[in-house]
Design a protein around this ligand. Structure first.
Ligand SMILES: Cc1cc2nc3c(=O)[nH]c(=O)nc-3n(C[C@H](O)[C@H](O)[C@H](O)COP(=O)(O)OP(=O)(O)OC[C@H]3O[C@@H](n4cnc5c(N)ncnc54)[C@H](O)[C@@H]3O)c2cc1C
Ligand code: FES
Length: 270
């Protein structure tokens, strides 16, 4: 029987600095690894352990995968030290995906905070690859300072194109910044959307997700139309160990994508 914990040997092709503590790692698995937007993988740093990440590359690419990783602790700090050519492991994909067929014909608002844009990027790329299937595509993204915004060049390209409406903000400006200043939810105050026909996908630090959901509800979004990409400490990643429990759900098996309707009665979801 196949060992479900056995990772696919993979090679680190490149490590691109996004901010002082976030890098995007381009990884090539020995055998192609397909995933759907929203699913996650377990990435192994040999000798140290593994950690879950949602790929930030397009789901249509299976030969190589991008993972945008913030330095948080043991595994991620070791990963940040590696150079191209290093051997890594990948297993997965795990968990559920965004129901893109249900999104067809709807307007879609992506709300990201800090490194929380990483798990939303594969969704964004999937939506842009089939742009004509959807109505308005809106990205509202914020970070602490301009140098904490990930995907700087890509954000400029998206903002310059006509497929995606891009709204950016930072909590604190610096000398170069002439955009908006304020927490990411302030972008929603000024945004005009038809809530009943709009789906929202939210990911970011817990406090941002909490206030983001409250702001969306105030704008008339229903809990069924608010999708959350949840993060919890994980171990097995395959519904066996219970580490990732949130209420009656296991994030690795029943998520990581949930609607707010599913979670609104769970205590301490943030
Ligand atoms: C489905 C899923 C997708 C994710 N996608 C991304 C991503 O795209 N980019 C990214 O940078 N991170 C992502 N994360 C978070 C990432 O898994 C953690 O940052 C990582 O596991 C930390 O591992 P570590 O060994 O470096 O830290 P550790 O040494 O294990 O811990 C350092 C600190 O981080 C906390 N921590 C560990 N794991 C998590 C977690 N999962 N959520 C919150 N806090 C945690 C610990 O409690 C501790 O306080 C995702 C998590 C999940 C569950
Ligand atoms: S990580 Fe083991 S049950 Fe979810």
């Amino acid at each position: 029987m196949l060992n479900p914990y056995r990772p696919i040997e993979s090679t680190l092709l490149d490590a691109i600095a996004e901010t002082a503590n976030i890098k995007t790692f381009l990884v090539r698995p020995q055998t192609p690894l397909s995933f759907r937007a929203g699913q996650f993988v377990e990435l192994t740093v040999p000798g140290l352990g593994e950690a879950p990440f949602t790929p930030s590359s397009s789901p249509s690419e299976s030969e190589q995968m991008a993972l945008t990783v913030m330095q948080a602790g043991r595994v991620t700090s070791a990963l940040h030290e590696l150079s191209p050519g290093a051997t890594l492991g990948l297993r997965g994909p795990y968990g559920n995906a965004y129901p893109l067929d249900e999104f067809a014909g709807r307007d879609i608002l992506i709300l990201g905070g800090g490194v929380g844009l990483a798990p939303l990027r594969s969704l964004l790329l999937a939506l842009l690859e089939e742009r004509s299937r959807y109505g308005r595509l809106i990205l509202c993204y914020g970070a602490r300072t301009p140098s904490n915004l990930v995907y700087g060049e890509r954000l400029k390209q998206w903002a310059a194109g006509d497929g995606l409406e891009v709204h950016l903000t930072v909590d604190e400006a610096d000398g170069e910044w002439n955009g908006k200043v304020g927490v990411v939810t302030t972008l929603l105050d000024e945004l005009s959307v038809e809530a009943p026909r709009t789906i929202s996908a939210v990911c970011g630090p817990p406090i941002m997700m909490k206030f983001g959901v409250m702001a969306l509800l105030t704008k008339g979004f229903t809990p069924e139309n608010i999708y959350l990409s949840m993060e919890r400490n994980m171990s097995c990643g395959i519904g066996k160990c219970g580490h990732c429990r949130v209420g009656r759900y296991y994030v690795c098996r029943d998520g990581p994508v949930f609607t707010y309707a599913q979670l609104q009665d769970v205590e301490e979801i943030w």
